[in-house]
Write a protein that binds this ligand. Structure first.
Ligand SMILES: Nc1ncnc2c1ncn2[C@@H]1O[C@H](COP(=O)(O)OP(=O)(O)OP(=O)(O)O)[C@@H](O)[C@H]1O
Length: 278
């Protein structure tokens, strides 16, 4: 393998995923997926429900294994990358432990890997400042709003300074205003940490606002229909004003056209396939 290919944050080559179960037809969730994510790059996966977005993310996270093809994270097998803590994960449900304080939740991965108490406290204080929750270290998750809980989950995912974040609709359960604020924060946080991100979403504007590239997938079997480079300022330079910018709307239209490209005339694909179209 060449040096260049081993340095990709994520390299997916010819990956298939077929689910089989007794007395049921097999499901080809992913078919011939090729995708390279560069270090520091923000890549979103978008597509209709059931096209395999979460499955692809789970394969990268080593929560499941491909039926065919190869998958590496910073040049390592997905399993080795998991063992080496190469990535942090955040899902739609924050997954915080209700009986632990905010700081103790963030410190959990560090605790599990033997970091001493002083080191853990220092790191959780840094992360709480990063996500704007410096005053909430001793609060419990149920004392926080959904957006704040999600910020804690992101802080926890960043605890061990991963070079890669894997995020599956982390803002999906939030109201629209909070969601937009969280997107702006995530752009800032990833700018500061330099982490690459693979981000699953149903929202076209969210994918455009956050990403360097948007991967548009099609269902049954799940394939990559197209990969679109977003023609906007670098992600670190994006702020609220961008949402009103003509260039932003142009990019949203480009993704929408790709996503709905194969829709039969007269049928509203958004309603049929559960893809947001805001
Ligand atoms: N453990 C499993 N066993 C059997 N089939 C599965 C399993 N996990 C996923 N699938 C099937 O694989 C396909 C892709 O599912 P996946 O959850 O990856 O889609 P998705 O694009 O993330 O969908 P959504 O947007 O609704 O979350 C679907 O047809 C789903 O039913």
């Amino acid at each position: 393998m060449s040096e260049a290919s081993t340095t990709a944050a994520v390299q997916v080559t010819g990956v298939d995923k077929v689910f089989t179960a007794k007395r049921k037809p097999s499901v080809t969730a992913l078919d011939s997926i090729d995708l390279t994510v560069a270090p520091g790059e923000f890549v979103s996966l978008i597509g209709p429900s059931g096209c395999g977005k979460s499955t692809l993310l789970r394969l990268i996270a080593d929560l499941d294994t491909p039926s065919a093809g190869t998958l590496t994270v910073f040049g390592k097998t997905a399993r080795q990358a998991r063992i080496d803590q190469e990535y942090g994960i955040a899902f739609q449900q924050s997954g915080l432990l209700p009986w632990r304080t905010v700081a103790a939740n963030i410190e959990l991965p560090l605790e599990l890997h033997g970091v001493n108490s002083a080191g853990r406290k220092k790191r959780s204080a840094e992360l709480l400042a990063l996500v704007g929750l410096g005053d909430f270290a001793e609060s419990y998750p149920d004392q926080l709003s959904g957006g704040m809980q999600q910020r804690v989950a992101i802080a926890r995912a960043l605890a061990e300074s991963p070079r890669l974040l894997l995020m599956d609709e982390p803002f999906g359960a939030l109201d629209e205003m909070t969601r937009e604020r969280m997107q702006t924060e995530l752009v800032r946080i990833t700018g500061e940490t330099g982490a690459a991100v693979v981000f699953v979403t149903h929202s076209i504007p969210e994918a455009v606002f956050l990403s360097n590239r948007v991967v548009v997938m099609s269902p049954r079997p799940g394939r990559i229909r197209d990969i679109l480079s977003i023609t906007l300022p670098g992600t670190a330079d994006r702020d609220e004003h961008l949402r009103e910018d003509e260039a932003f709307f142009e990019n949203v239209s480009r993704v929408r056209e790709l996503l709905h490209g194969e829709a039969p005339v007269g049928i509203k694909p958004t309603a049929a396939r559960g893809v947001e179209n805001r």
